[in-house]
Structure formats: structure tokens, C-alpha cells
Design a protein around this ligand. Structure first.
Ligand code: UDP
Length: 327
């Protein structure tokens, strides 16, 4: 069972599970997920889609009962969504996870809980190990509400493991990119690519010197499968992400060059982008030693591959579809 499986990463995971012969049930409320993401999965007779929410205890109970492993990905994600709808993000992420973990416990199902690099907050010392300190600002800054909700999810999973013996795995996903990632929820690469292809200014927030590492979604899914299959991963927490660090300013330049765009870069103050009282992290780099040592995982894609895929897909989406063009 993949909650949030119509989302960007969840849909790739569903495809990978089907390809290796599993039967997959996706539960998704389609608020940020899209049915179009499941086009490939839907072709399989071993795929089932349920339109519903992780907040619906009856639906979750029934589906978890039918499955043997649960991957909990359903969440209100994306900095823009979190900033615009902090209450919804908080309740979905805390209450939804509680419903799913409780059902997993009821039927003794292994559960993989997806968490986030936001856990580390403003700790910019990078590369960040799983044991690195969390450095969060004032809780009235809404961004830290998301980090806190996800920390509650992690604690919930860990408590169920330690006190009730539930087989749980926690993963912290760092920035993940690939075809089909929507620009609608604020993620930087699909946004900048869309702007470059339209020859619009590329909106770089702050001074553009903040850095991130962007992993290819297929590498992330590979890591998820390896952890799901490894009994030694149970009861543990793992970072998943790329180590190729780039500033957002340099990223914007690279996107303009690759798109052969006439766009320029426009620096936008954070308060203009996200409202007053927003805090960003200056540097975010994962240490993935633990994941590599346990599973032998290694990324197969570079940042250049990530950008090429994002650009190819955005070009394809922007092009008029032949079957929709009138004769
Ligand atoms: N960002 C940007 N322009 C945009 C969207 C995002 O400069 O149009 C910046 C954002 O402020 C952050 C980085 O790009 O420093 C990555 O943002 P994203 O929302 O993709 O992920 P985050 O790492 O913040 O979770």
C-alpha cells in the first residue's frame, strides 16, 4: 500500500513495485497528487487505486488489512503549500500519520514512514548525518510547523517500534526531482524550468547563494526499495538524497543555458515570495553513509541528468498534444 501514491515520488514507487511483480494499492485524495501520474501503473492488473484520505480511519483500516507492507507518503508538502495552508498541513501530517501507523500496528504490517530534510531546520553545517542537531526558529514561523509535524511522525513510528514492536523504517527525503514534478507547489526546479521555457524571469529567492542537492527520483525510489527489502533497516532512520551541491543562483544559470532561454534572473526577497517571517536554510546537504553502508545504494544520476529530464518533460507538457489539436 502506498499512501499518497498519486504524488510525484509515490507514483514512481508504485511503478517500480509493479515492475518487480508486487500488487499495489494506492490511497490518494488527489489534492496534490494527479491521476495522470498513475497512467503507467493503471495498465497493470495488479494495480488498484482508491480515492480517499489518510484521515479516513475506516478506509485506511480496510486497505492496511489487505496489504502486507505500508509506505506512508501522503502528506501536505511543498514550502508554498505549507506556508499558505499551515493548519491543513499540520493536521494532515500529524493526524494522517497517526491513523496510518495505528492501522499498521493493528495488523502488524511493516511501515515505511517518509520524513523530510526539513527535520534538520536551519542546521547548515552539512553534510548532515541522521544524528545531526535540529535547529529550528520561532514556532510562529510556519515553515517550522511542517518540520515539527514530520518530527512528530518520526517519533510516533519510533515509539511504536520500541514500545510495541512494530516494524518501522523512517526515511528523510532531501530535494527530489524528475519528470512529472508539478511546478504548482513551489519546488524550485520545475518552477525555474517552466519560467525559462516561457522566457520569463527566473525567480531566485533571497540572494541565490543558498545551496541544495537535487536527487533524481529514480535514485530515491531505488533507495526506498532497498530499505523496504532489508530487515536490518527496521527501527532505523535514513537520509536519502544527492550529495551534488549547487547554489540556487548557479542552478538558475544552468537552467537558462540548458533551455537556451532568453530569460534573466530576478532576485526576489523572501518576504515577497513567502510573506513576512520566513526563514530559509542556507545549506542543505545529506550524509548518506548509513544508507550506502547498509544497502550498497549509490546514485546513478547526476544533476545534469536531473535537469535534462525535468526540461524534457516540461517541454513535452508545454507542447500541444496531437490528440487534442483540432483537425
Ligand atoms: N526557490 C527559489 N525560487 C523559486 C522556488 C524556490 O529561489 O521559485 C528557492 C527556495 O527559497 C529554496 C530553494 O530554492 O532556497 C529550494 O526550494 P524548494 O521549495 O524547491 O525546496 P526546499 O529545499 O526549500 O524544501
Amino acid at each position: 500500500m502506498v499512501t499518497g501514491g498519486a504524488g510525484f515520488i509515490g507514483s514512481y514507487l508504485a511503478n517500480a513495485l509493479l515492475t518487480r511483480g508486487d500488487t499495489v494499492v494506492v490511497l490518494d485524495n488527489l489534492q496534490t497528487g494527479r491521476l495522470a501520474n498513475l497512467e503507467e501503473a493503471s495498465a497493470s492488473p495488479r494495480f488498484h487505486f482508491v480515492h480517499g484520505s489518510v484521515l479516513d480511519e475506516l478506509v485506511v483500516d480496510e486497505l492496511v488489512h489487505q496489504c502486507d507492507v505500508v509506505v506512508h507518503m501522503a502528506a501536505a508538502v511543498g514550502v508554498r503549500l505549507v506556508v499558505e495552508q499551515p493548519l491543513k498541513s499540520l493536521t494532515t501530517n500529524i493526524r494522517g500519520s497517526q491513523v496510518v501507523v495505528e492501522a499498521a500496528h493493528r495488523y502488524r504490517r511493516k511501515i515505511l514512514m517518509t520524513s523530510t530534510s526539513e527535520i534538520y531546520g536551519k542546521n547548515s553545517l552539512g553534510p548532515l548525518r541522521e544524528t545531526a542537531d535540529r535547529i529550528l526558529g520561532d514556532p510562529s514561523i510556519v515553515r517550522w510547523g511542517y518540520s515539527t509535524a514530520k518530527a512528530v511522525d518520526e517519533i510516533l513510528a519510533n515509539c511504536y517500534h520500541r514500545e510495541r514492536g512494530l516494524p518501522t523504517i523512517v526515511v528523510r527525503l532531501f530535494n527530489t526531482v524528475g519528470a512529472r514534478q508539478s511546478p504548482a507547489y513551489g519546488m524550485v526546479i520545475p518552477r525555474l524550468v517552466q519560467q525559462a521555457l516561457r522566457d520569463e524571469p527566473l525567480t531566485v529567492y533571497g540572494d541565490g547563494r543558498q545551496t541544495r542537492c537535487f536527487a533524481h527520483v529514480l535514485d530515491v525510489v531505488d533507495a526506498l526499495l532497498r530499505l523496504l527489502d532489508d530487515d536490518a533497516a527496521v527501527g532505523q532512520t535514513f537520509n536519502i538524497g544527492s550529495s551534488e551541491e549547487i547554489s540556487i543562483g548557479r542552478l538558475a544559470e544552468a537552467i537558462i543555458a540548458r533551455c537556451e532561454s532568453r530569460s534573466r534572473i530576478e532576485l526576489i526577497p523572501y518576504e515577497e515570495a513567502y510573506g513576512a517571517g520566513f526563514e530559509d536554510m542556507q545549506r542543505r546537504v545529506p550524509d548518506t553513509t548509513k544508507l550506502r553502508a547498509l544497502t550498497g545504494w549509490q546514485p546513478r544520476y547526476t544533476l545534469a541528468d536531473v535537469l535534462n529530464d525535468a526540461i524534457t518533460e516540461a517541454r513535452r507538457e508545454a507542447a500541444p498534444r496531437a490528440d487534442l489539436v483540432s483537425p
